[in-house]
Every structure is written in structure tokens, then in C-alpha cells.
Design a protein around this ligand. Structure first.
Ligand SMILES: C[S@@+](CC[C@H](N)C(=O)[O-])C[C@H]1O[C@@H](n2cnc3c(N)ncnc32)[C@H](O)[C@@H]1O
Length: 373
């Protein structure tokens, strides 16, 4: 299915962005997971050769470097699995990793020439036979074409502490959707036949958002993933190439992934386009988040109501593009200082506690309630 036949190939800007998101997330994920687990897994199911045409590193090397160069002292055992179906790419990766030795003794690496879906099924079947579960894992599913069968995504997420980052090749999927001989295959990929409803939709934008919603909904409702976020990658023609779907059951994981995604799109659209990317401009430009938009979203939900800081922050984190760092000073602070004020602090503890008065603008989550006027 893939047009790329060579062992290594030229890296596109959107791949670079995907790698920034991966690296930023791993930098945050590693110490959190390593502090709470003796053993963690990093699984790259579609590993690639580990290098691109101009010498840029691929996802397996990014992950190994993230551990090796982490400023925190990571001592728990980290088992890394790299699966690659193409023999030459797998050998290339093997050689590249062998040149990285010596690696810290807590990193155990396995590189396998195998098809990830089949391999994963064998692993789960064998563990089920022994009534065992896999250790907490970060699983990166980054194919050229169609992703993993949904059943396997579900099986990964049934294990405690597991997270997935999935490249959902929208363009490729959308292109082949009409082929009747592939229908059954798409049922497996989506884990439902609900995708078939888009076949009658002509409008490309509607079609895209419907397919995106079917997959997102499946991750949330069928695989029971508590937090799902996606990031849209567009190609040189400014058309959607793929969505990166991230799924976790850990709110800290969600926070960290949103932080990583905001690094790539400082505007908060959660998208990147090769068409508008200027390589001569600094990549990680700091754009101003659209606070007015967040304020509008908050007011639509809470105007006239009283809400705790904890609930407000949970809403912002889980239901909007915005981050937990985007609302206190920039929105609540401004609304409270307005004349007349647009919010009132309702807080029994604050009224009594001098500590809270000193740190007034911080809106501590364990005590403050806000009334939106
Ligand atoms: C998009 S590339 C991976 C790029 C890599 N993750 C990175 O970011 O540097 C997809 C890779 O998956 C490999 N592949 C294709 N089908 C596979 C399968 N069923 N199992 C494992 N690898 C597969 C391809 O040969 C290709 O090298």
C-alpha cells in the first residue's frame, strides 16, 4: 500500500512534528511511570529503520535517547520492543541501535522482524493463558497505511497503566473506504461498522469529522479509554494526511500530552500543516493561546453558576483544547479584577484562611469556588 519502497526515506515536516510530540511526551512520561513501577514497557509496533534520508533519527532512537539522556535518574527496568515487518529496515535499525552501546543496564531492547498485529496477538494470547497482564506500557502504533485492528487496541488498553499513540492514516483510509472488498477489514480497524455511514457523505469536511468521531468514539466507548486527544497532520497540499490519536486513563498523561501538542501548535488548533510550515522560521514559535475563546467556552458552560476550581480545571483539561496553565491568571484573574468584577470567589475556607488571601490570584484547587456572574 505504501509508496515508499526504499530502506530509508526523506522525512516530511509533519513527521518532525510527530517526533517532537513523541519526545516531549516521553520526557514527561518516563519519570512519572518509572517512579511508580519497577518495570515499564515501551513498544514501537511500526518501528521503521530508525533513520531518515538526511540523517534525522527515527522514533526508536528518539525513545532510546529520551531514556539515556533524561535528567531524572531513571532506575526502573525499561523493556523496549521494536517491531518492523520489512527485513532490510529491521536490519538497518538493529545495526543503528547496536552502535549506540553501551546503553544503561536498566534498558533492555528487543528488535524483531515481525508484523506487529500478529506478534501482539500472540503475546496477549500467551499472557491470557498464564492469567497474566502486561506491565504498564506506552504503545506507539505508527503504520504507513491502515492501523491495528481495533480488538488489539482494546486489548492493550485493558491493561493497567497502558497508553496508546496511534497514527490514524485518514487520507489512506478515506481513499479506500469505498472498496467493497475492504469493508470487512475496515470493520476490524474501526471495531464497528458505523464508519459505513460516511459513504453517502459527499462534503469532504463532514466526511473527515465523521470518520474522526467514529474512531474517537470507539476509543472512548468501546475501548473504555477515559481520555482521548487527537492532533491533525496536513500534507503539502494542506489536506489531512493523518490524525495522531492519544489514549490514556491517567489525567497526568493527558496533561503532559496536551503540553506536548501545544508545543507543536501554539495556537491551540491541534493541527500542523506542511503547506504553511516555514522551515526558516523558528519551529517552536510561541503564539498566544486564544484566551478569549477559552473564556467564551467557560462562560457558555458556567455563566450564573458556582463551580469549584477543581471541576473547572477538569472541564478545561478534558473537554477543551486548552491546558491547566491557561485560565487562572489570564481569565479568572482578569475577570476578578474587572470593574465591576465578572466573577466572585465563593469560598468558606478563603474567608477564614489568611494563607489563601495572600495567594489570591492562585485560585487553589482544594478550596476555591468561583461564581460566574
Ligand atoms: C511510518 S513508518 C514508521 C516510522 C517510525 N515510527 C518513525 O517515526 O520513525 C512505518 C513502518 O512500519 C513498517 N510496517 C509496515 N507494516 C508493518 C507491520 N504489520 N508490522 C510492523 N511493521 C510494519 C514499515 O516497513 C515502515 O517501516
Amino acid at each position: 500500500m505504501s509508496k515508499i519502497k526504499t530502506v530509508i526515506w526523506k522525512m516530511q515536516p509533519h513527521t518532525e512534528m510527530k517526533h517532537i510530540i513523541l519526545k516531549k511526551y516521553l520526557d514527561a512520561w518516563l519519570p512519572i511511570m518509572a517512579n511508580t513501577n519497577k518495570k515499564i514497557l515501551y513498544i514501537d509496533g511500526f518501528a521503521g529503520p530508525g533513520e531518515y534520508k538526511n540523517g534525522e533519527i527515527g522514533s526508536p532512537i528518539i525513545a532510546i535517547n529520551a531514556i539515556k539522556n533524561h535528567k531524572a535518574n531513571i532506575t526502573s527496568e525499561i523493556r523496549m520492543f521494536f517491531f518492523e515487518a520489512d527485513k532490510d529496515r529491521c536490519d538497518f535499525l538493529d545495526q543503528k541501535i547496536s552502535k549506540m552501546s553501551p546503553l544503561p543496564s536498566n534498558i533492555k531492547i528487543k528488535i524483531e522482524h515481525a508484523r506487529f498485529g500478529e506478534k501482539l496477538k500472540d503475546i496477549f494470547d500467551s499472557l491470557d493463558g498464564q492469567k497474566q497482564k502486561i506491565a504498564p506500557a506506552f504503545v506507539f502504533v505508527d503504520p504507513f497505511g491502515f492501523p491495528l485492528s481495533f480488538k488489539l487496541v482494546k486489548r492493550i488498553m485493558e491493561n493497567k497503566g497502558c497508553e496508546v499513540l496511534i497514527t490514524f492514516m485518514y487520507e489512506e483510509i478515506n481513499r479506500f473506504l469505498k472498496k467493497p472488498e475492504l469493508s470487512k477489514n475496515f470493520d476490524k480497524i474501526f471495531g464497528t461498522n458505523q464508519w459505513r455511514a460516511v459513504l453517502s457523505i459527499k462534503d469532504p469536511g463532514k466526511r473527515k469529522s465523521m470518520l474522526h468521531e467514529v474512531y474517537k468514539n470507539q476509543l472512548e466507548k468501546n475501548a473504555n479509554i477515559e481520555f482521548v486527544r487527537s492532533f491533525e497532520m496536513k500534507n503539502k497540499s494542506n489536506k489531512t494526511d493523518y490524525f495522531l490519536f492519544f489514549g490514556t486513563n491517567n489525567i497526568v498523561g493527558l496533561k503532559k500530552m496536551k503540553e506536548a501538542m501545544w508545543k507543536v501548535d501554539g495556537y491551540g488548533n491541534f493541527q500542523f500543516s506542511d503547506a504553511t510550515h516555514n522551515p526558516l522560521q523558528p519551529m517552536l514559535f510561541e503564539k498566544e493561546p486564544r484566551y478569549h475563546l477559552l473564556k467564551k467556552i467557560i462562560l457558555e458552560k458556567f455563566r450564573g453558576k458556582i463551580v469549584t476550581i477543581r471541576d473547572l480545571e477538569y472541564f478545561i483539561l478534558t473537554k477543551t483544547y486548552f491546558r491547566e496553565t491557561h485560565y487562572k491568571t489570564q481569565i479568572l484573574g482578569v475577570m476578578e479584577k474587572a470593574n465591576p468584577p465578572k466573577i466572585i470567589r465563593k469560598c468558606d475556607k478563603c474567608a477564614k484562611s489568611s494563607k489563601c488571601k495572600i495567594i489570591r490570584t492562585r485560585y487553589p484547587e482544594d478550596c476555591c469556588q468561583i461564581k460566574f456572574l
